[in-house]
Design a protein around this ligand. Structure first.
Ligand code: C5P
Length: 222
């Protein structure tokens, strides 16, 4: 039945938004709430999978029977994913990873001064977690990414599926305020490596999560 479709399978789900420290009291981040990733973790657990949820700074309640690892920055997220992936059957990267982090993290709180009316921050690129992980992917392991786009949704998602060597990408249009970051609903297009596209209706993030877990089960984990 539906509650044991994924029994014996180990899935890693990442969720939330990374924080990139500037000094002991400040950080750069994004508007991710973690809702989509937490819903996916709950759906995967509901389907019988053993779920590790790697959560970056989300305040949401943790779904029952899910193993939780809390991280803060992109580098911490990478380390946690690297550690969990070798024994996993799949990885679903719903976390919003900061593309850049401050080049230097100050040891003390950065002070404003009368002389400095402007301030320039130097940022450096963060590692791409999916790209890093995909290189160590074994046959049978499934890797799923997300693509939040404001324009050319399918073309941009198709580029990411190739660059990050994904099996499936979940593309959503974040220019639409009803869906995406922090919304309770979402509408997505599931795009497979072979070009197949499946468009979801506008529905709750829980329903999108169920749909995603069903697709992953049918296409990759049966
Ligand atoms: O390239 P972009 O950030 O749009 O790709 C989004 C997908 O890549 C998401 O699944 C996100 O979790 C993942 N990602 C990553 N490492 C990064 C940036 C994004 O794994 N540094």
């Amino acid at each position: 039945d539906a509650s044991d479709r994924l029994s014996g399978k180990k899935l890693i789900v990442t969720a939330g938004g990374t924080r990139e420290a500037l000094d002991p009291v400040r950080y750069l981040t994004n508007r991710s709430s973690g809702k989509m990733g937490y819903a996916i973790a709950a759906a995967a657990q509901g389907a019988g999978a053993e779920v590790t949820l790697i959560s970056a700074n989300s305040a949401l309640p943790v779904p029952n029977h899910v193993r939780l690892i809390r991280v803060e920055s992109a580098n911490e997220l990478l380390a946690a994913v690297k550690k969990a992936f070798p024994v996993a059957d799949g990885l679903i990267m719903a976390a919003a990873v900061a593309d850049y982090r401050p080049a230097v993290v100050a040891n003390q709180k950065i002070k404003k001064t009368a002389a400095n009316q402007t301030m320039t921050l130097e940022l450096v690129r963060n590692p791409d977690i999916l790209q890093t992980i995909s290189t160590s992917k074994r046959p049978g392991q499934v890797v799923v990414g997300f693509a939040a786009e404001t324009n050319d949704l399918i073309a941009n998602a198709a580029k990411k599926i190739k660059a990050k060597k994904l099996d499936l990408i979940v593309a959503n249009d974040v220019a639409n305020k009803q869906i995406g970051f922090n919304a309770d609903q979402n509408q997505v297009t599931f795009l497979f490596a072979d070009g197949q596209q499946i468009k979801s209706p506008l529905e709750s993030k829980a329903a999108i999560a169920e749909r995603l877990i069903q697709l992953i089960t049918d296409h990759f984990l049966n």
